[in-house]
Design a binder for this molecule. Structure first.
Ligand SMILES: Cc1ncc(COP(=O)(O)O)c(C=O)c1O
Length: 383
């Protein structure tokens, strides 16, 4: 007799993984792939973090920690809020998590009941809606476009049919790099609070901005959940460490969930990553390279026909509207890879309905790779 398989596990895949597989195949046959599809820094963790990890490997038992993580680390994160944003984040309400991904699972379980409805802007990071779906929470898609800088607004939320229990925002966002300015963030926070909606602010790309620095939702709302990570600015994706600032009404449930689901976040990474806060020069040099790459691509991509680009005010992505070039972004990215060796990501991951008309360029690699990729795309367009 066939065994039962749960429908809630049947969530959409990450299409970018297919691109990565195809890129690896191309690399084996042609050896010429330029990776503009990857969503992570191309650099290692800061040198001081690596040295701290080496010391911890031989000097520490590396057992479990508290479910919320090491207090010394939570105090460092709290200091970071004071120094960076001038806000108070009580270390007792900072939970260190297994990447921001772990924080999403904890947040959604602590804040929403099965059957609740949570607004997610598209284009957006697909895991929000896919994790919500796996937990039986309805992800209500709010389509955004260049008119609102690809960010949700009260008017767009008003237009949603039925009630909402929460809103997830990301500033800077993946895939557009679009940011929410301080006033707009306050307006969204007020909107949510006034309607009993829980605001979850994904701040994972903070530190990687090209004009104004990003604002934390914590400055505007004590009831929101702020999620962040060591993955992007701190250049530590594989160390699997993030954190969340837990609002006053949820610490105990988040703690019990964390104890039962994860026991504790990875200890070696916790011990090492404290040094990340003393590595600003190295990390800011990465951001300076991203800024150079961004400038180069914003100048060169239009020469290859990619001239409808999102603002890319932060993160390391450029989201391009390729309407008129294709109606099938997956096939289009495959064709570009086959003909140029440049790997880029189709928009279908980020926007289920309109994604076939969009692609994402990641500029987290070297400036030399960006220049070569742009040159190849311009030649391809001419051919
Ligand atoms: C917007 C956004 N949030 C969260 C994540 C998850 O990151 P991590 O679990 O490594 O912290 C990503 C990864 O690409 C992302 O782009």
């Amino acid at each position: 007799m066939a065994l039962k398989a749960a429908g809630r596990g049947a969530i959409p895949p990450f299409h970018v993984m297919d691109v990565m597989l195809r890129a690896a195949r191309r690399q084996r046959t042609h050896g010429d792939v330029l990776h503009l599809e990857v969503g992570q820094p191309s650099t290692a963790a800061p040198a001081k973090v690596i040295a701290a990890a080496q010391a911890a490997l031989t000097g520490d038992v590396l057992g479990y920690t508290d479910a919320y993580g090491l207090m010394a680390l939570r105090e460092r994160i709290s200091d970071h809020y004071a120094a960076e944003y001038g806000v108070t984040a009580d270390p007792r309400r900072i939970a260190v998590t297994t990447g921001s991904s772990g924080a999403f699972v904890l947040s959604f379980l602590a804040a929403f009941e099965a059957g609740d409805r949570v607004a997610c802007a598209t284009p957006g990071y697909p895991a929000y809606r896919n994790i919500l779906q796996a937990l039986g929470v309805e992800a209500v898609i709010v389509e955004t476009g260049p008119e609102t800088n690809y960010q949700p607004t009260p008017a767009l939320l008003d237009a949603v049919q039925g009630s909402l229990d929460g809103l997830i925002v990301a500033s800077p966002s993946n895939p557009t790099g679009a940011m929410i300015g301080g006033e707009d963030l306050r307006t969204l926070a007020d909107y949510c609070r006034g309607r009993g909606m829980r605001l979850i602010s994904d701040e994972i790309y903070h530190g990687i901005t090209y004009a104004a620095p990003a604002e934390t939702a914590l400055s505007h709302d004590e009831t929101c959940i702020v999620v962040n990570s060591f993955s992007k600015y701190f250049s530590m994706t594989g160390w699997r460490l993030g954190w969340m600032v837990v609002p006053e009404d949820l610490p105990r449930s988040v703690e019990c969930l964390a104890q039962n689901l994860f026991i504790s976040p990875p200890t070696l990474s916790q011990l090492a990553c404290m040094a990340a806060f003393d590595s600003r020069d190295e990390l800011d040099a990465n951001v300076a390279r991203y800024a150079e790459n961004r400038k180069l691509l914003l100048r060169e991509l239009p020469k290859a026909g990619f001239d409808k680009l999102a603002s890319a005010d932060g993160a390391f992505y450029i989201y391009a509207d390729v309407t008129g070039m294709t109606g099938d972004s997956r096939a289009f990215c495959g064709q570009i890879l086959d003909q140029t060796g440049v790997a880029i990501t189709p928009g279908v991951d980020f926007d289920p309905r309109r994604g076939n008309r969009f692609v994402r360029f990641s500029f987290s690699g070297s400036t030399e790779d960006m220049a070569t990729a742009a040159g190849r795309l311009i030649d391809w367009r001419k051919s």
